[in-house]
Design a protein around this ligand. Structure first.
Ligand SMILES: C[S@@+](CC[C@H](N)C(=O)[O-])C[C@H]1O[C@@H](n2cnc3c(N)ncnc32)[C@H](O)[C@@H]1O
Length: 330
């Protein structure tokens, strides 16, 4: 916990502040030098990365209640917007191959650039496809069936923006993100962007990891013990988590006029973990209840409030799932 091992803390903080300044002054070089992929430091084979993106892709439809055989029908004609795709726009590619009309990826950091590594992942994913899905997959690239040529615009767009905002208006039918909202440097602006981008009957599905940040003592929540100003001095220009807890997400959703169709924890911390961190929490977290602190991740499905009436009786499984009343885990 911050403040318990003064010398180690001082080293950690000074290193954090220095690297934050490097990230401020040389953002592109910093991203390149740190080799941030978005999937953590574990070395994975291209096959493992491709399988990870397959699981991300299928998770969204499972949460929406769309059976695998219906994914193509569901995506047909739709525009998908993804926040924070990481270093390979693999989910966007799978969405396009399965029938989406267009896919827009938006990120605060330009982690993606066509490279041998990202090409290899896309090549493996393409090789996994059959029939009409394969033919659509082939057509996603600038040169037919050649992932090395890069994903072709205008159906695919990759946008880098200082706050990770798309600037779209009434365009997105499906908005997705995985392990990205916890990185948003202005969460309210991200939700406002999402609201503006969503079509009236659109839907957004997000998986958020609230325990992804490890400090040098490896306690899952010790990063919440750094005072807010210090955390900002160490991290504001880096690809680091914003530390907001579930209570803040609920508040911002309400403020931005978005309706949580479902909000479910993925992992809950034991009371022991909470008790260990509670005495050392930064003052900005003092008001967070034990229950809310225990949320270490969640799935969130959102829509615009006006879309409720339009969704009834559509027969669309995603709409049926979305019409279920929100269940609150905390
Ligand atoms: C942990 S990575 C997850 C990447 C990918 N979704 C995955 O599951 O592998 C977090 C992603 O969010 C992006 N990100 C950081 N700040 C963001 C912001 N303000 N808006 C949108 N994306 C952001 C990061 O650059 C990175 O691509």
């Amino acid at each position: 916990m911050y403040g318990q091992r003064r010398l180690a803390d001082l080293r950690w903080v000074l290193r954090g502040i220095a690297t934050n300044q490097i990230a401020r002054l040389f953002p592109e070089s910093y991203v390149r030098l740190t080799g941030h992929t978005g999937r953590g430091a574990v070395e994975s084979s291209a096959r493992q990365v491709a399988d990870y993106f397959w699981s991300c892709f299928h998770d969204y439809f499972e949460i929406l209640g769309v059976p695998r055989d219906d994914i193509t029908g569901y995506l047909s004609g739709k525009t998908v917007l993804e926040y924070g795709p990481g270093d390979v726009p693999a989910v966007a590619f799978l969405m396009l191959a399965h029938g989406a009309d267009a896919a827009v990826c938006v990120d605060r950091f330009a982690l993606y650039r066509p490279s041998p590594a990202s090409t290899e992942v896309l090549r493996l994913l393409l090789g996994d496809l059959d029939g009409a899905v394969r033919r659509r997959g082939d057509a996603c690239f600038r040169a037919l069936a050649d992932p090395a040529s890069g994903l072709a615009e205008p159906r695919f767009r990759y946008v880098r923006h200082d706050y990770g905002l798309s600037g779209l208006r009434d365009r997105a039918d499906l908005i997705i993100s995985r392990a990205a909202l916890e990185y948003a440097n202005d969460l309210a602006a991200t939700f406002a962007d999402m609201r503006a981008a969503l079509r009236a009957d659109g839907i957004a599905v997000h998986k958020v990891d609230l325990a992804g940040q490890r400090c040098d003592d490896d306690h899952p929540l010790s990063f919440l013990t750094y005072p807010r100003a210090l955390w900002s001095a160490m991290c504001s220009h880096k690809n680091t988590v914003n530390r907001w807890r579930i209570d803040h997400y609920r508040r911002v959703l309400g403020e931005q006029g978005l309706e949580a169709v479902s909000l479910e924890p993925t992992t809950l911390a034991d009371q022991r973990v909470i008790d260990e961190v509670r005495p050392y929490l930064a003052s900005c977290f003092h008001g967070v209840t034990d229950r809310d602190l225990s949320w270490l991740g969640f799935w969130l499905v959102l829509r615009k409030p006006t879309s409720r009436v339009e969704r009834h009786g559509t027969g669309d499984p995603a709409h049926a799932a979305a019409a279920r009343p929100a269940r609150r885990g905390a």
